[in-house]
Design a protein around this ligand. Structure first.
Ligand code: SDX
Length: 428
């Protein structure tokens, strides 16, 4: 219905109408852009009921546990596509022809090396620096190396910086890992696929040949796909807000990395594995579930709950299947998987979690797979950031392509001191 509207009645004022906008799927929204002119503002800390933009990239139906990338269900993409094909889809809006895909893969492959001086940045970090700290710093510094793609009003330059970021994040992430374990940096190999190359840069050493395990490469690629994009989550909103001021793409992605690091967001995969290790065995699960339900205890079950999903996170379902596939194929019997499965079973039957619609999210199983692949816990959020870079830069590009794009500048409800005169220190 074209003329849906909401009527606002502010005490002492004449009522006025606001248009209601409908998308191609999901909730309608009340267009409050003209509210300010009426001297009225909305209040929504945490953006529980606020749409910050229009977007064509990803759609989530939290009630049904649906996740679509440009209309394609994540389950189908995770099983039939590849991370680079998904990158093309997110960036360009359509699945590529085989020629277009080959050309895109070729382009990404030839941007995977970083300027040799980037290595010097790592030597400025203490050896036990968290890899996310290194990622944040080095990605932000990339703008000092690339001056030919910083004109954000030029769609071609925006795409070039997007391709550079997708291509270089694995190289920089692997360098952070190598630095943290005191091994030499490993250059990318163009004959390898995106995920094979990442594993090669992470685990090969100059002293011997390294064969990428195809099972692990396939699992890695699937993990990259499952983390690629997720609507207006905290880190994506951070990238959009940073980009709205005209900041360069590398600085915006560094801001997204910083936001993702929090344990309530992308840091949950690292926190979840630590939690499973803390629980240690199935018989200690009730103790931790009780802590999670105790209002006086700040402890939460990491990997559970979501602002949007009030049903199973579809990514968690794919991740769980992949977890079983990888552990079986690698003949790994990890007791943490038993703890995770039992924790999931108990939590999904517990009234507290059922009433609050707390289901396992994308971070619940990813840590177990990453651990099985041999990736240290401190690198889990780095993997998330690498995967999410394409989502962040796709939203950044979409925002900057909009006509009349404005700088993001929220208002506030002021609750501080009323106006008062300064008192000199001798009179206080
Ligand atoms: C990601 O936004 C995205 O799309 C994010 C993400 C993406 O791909 O970008 O999906 C990735 O960040 C997944 C979420 C990873 N985080 C965690 O697993 C950390 C644990 N989860 C929670 O911190 C929490 O569930 C959030 C942060 C994910 C969601 O928080 P909300 O929507 O603000 O909900 P809330 O904190 O208000 O919780 C609602 C209620 C509260 O109880 P009441 O105050 O109403 O009594 O549920 C409780 C919470 O105490 N609750 C939990 C819980 N999560 C929420 N209780 C125990 N364990 C939990 N994990």
């Amino acid at each position: 219905m074209a003329d849906k509207k909401a009527t606002v009645q502010v005490t002492g004022q004449e009522p006025f109408d606001l248009p209601i906008m409908s998308g191609t799927a999901g909730n309608d929204v009340i267009d409050v852009r003209t509210l300010g002119a009426q001297g009225v503002f909305t209040y929504d800390p945490g953006f529980l009921a606020t749409a910050s933009c229009q977007s064509e990239i990803t759609f989530i139906d939290g009630g049904k546990g649906v996740l679509l990338h440009r209309g394609y269900p994540i389950e189908q993409l995770a099983n039939d596509s590849s991370y680079l094909e998904l990158c093309y889809l997110l960036l360009h809006g359509e699945l590529p022809s085989s020629e277009k895909l080959e050309e895109f893969e070729e382009t990404i492959t030839h941007h995977t090396m970083v300027h040799e001086k980037i290595a010097n940045f790592f030597h400025g970090f203490v050896v036990d620096a968290h890899p996310m700290a290194m990622l944040c710093g080095v990605v932000g510094a990339l703008s000092s190396f690339y001056h030919d793609d910083l004109s954000i009003t030029d769609p071609a330059q925006r795409k070039r910086s997007a391709y550079r970021l997708v291509a270089k994040l694995p190289t920089i992430a692997a360098m952070a890992y190598k630095y943290s374990i005191g091994q030499p940096f490993v250059y990318p190999k163009n004959k390898l696929s995106y995920s094979e190359n990442f594993l090669h840069m992470m685990f090969s050493v100059p002293a011997e040949d390294y064969e990428v395990n195809p099972i692990i490469a396939k699992a890695m690629d699937k993990i990259f796909m499952l983390h690629a994009d997720h609507e207006q989550n905290a880190s994506t909103s951070t990238v959009r807000l940073a980009g709205s001021s005209g900041a360069n793409p590398y600085a915006c992605i560094a801001a997204g990395i910083a936001s993702l690091w929090g344990p309530a967001h992308g840091g949950a995969n690292e926190a979840c594995l630590t939690m499973l290790q803390q629980i240690g065995s199935v018989d200690r699960i009730p103790e931790f579930v009780a802590k999670a339900k105790d209002k006086a205890d700040p402890f939460r079950l990491m990997g559970f709950g979501h602002r949007v999903y009030k049903n199973f996170d579809p990514r968690a379902k794919v991740m769980r299947e992949t977890c079983h596939e990888v552990l079986t194929a690698l003949k790994i019997n990890d007791p943490l998987l038993d703890v995770a499965m039992e924790l999931e079973r108990i939590a999904l039957e517990d009234p507290y979690f059922v009433e609050k619609k707390l289901y396992p999210n994308v971070d619940f199983y990813s840590g177990i797979i990453l651990k099985a692949i041999g990736i240290p816990t401190s690198m889990f959020t780095v993997i998330f950031a690498m995967s999410r870079t394409v989502g962040w830069i796709s939203h950044w590009d979409e925002m900057l392509s909009e006509k009349g794009q404005k700088i993001g500048r929220p208002r506030q409800l002021y609750t501080g001191a009323p106006k008062r005169d300064y008192v000199t220190v001798d009179k206080r």
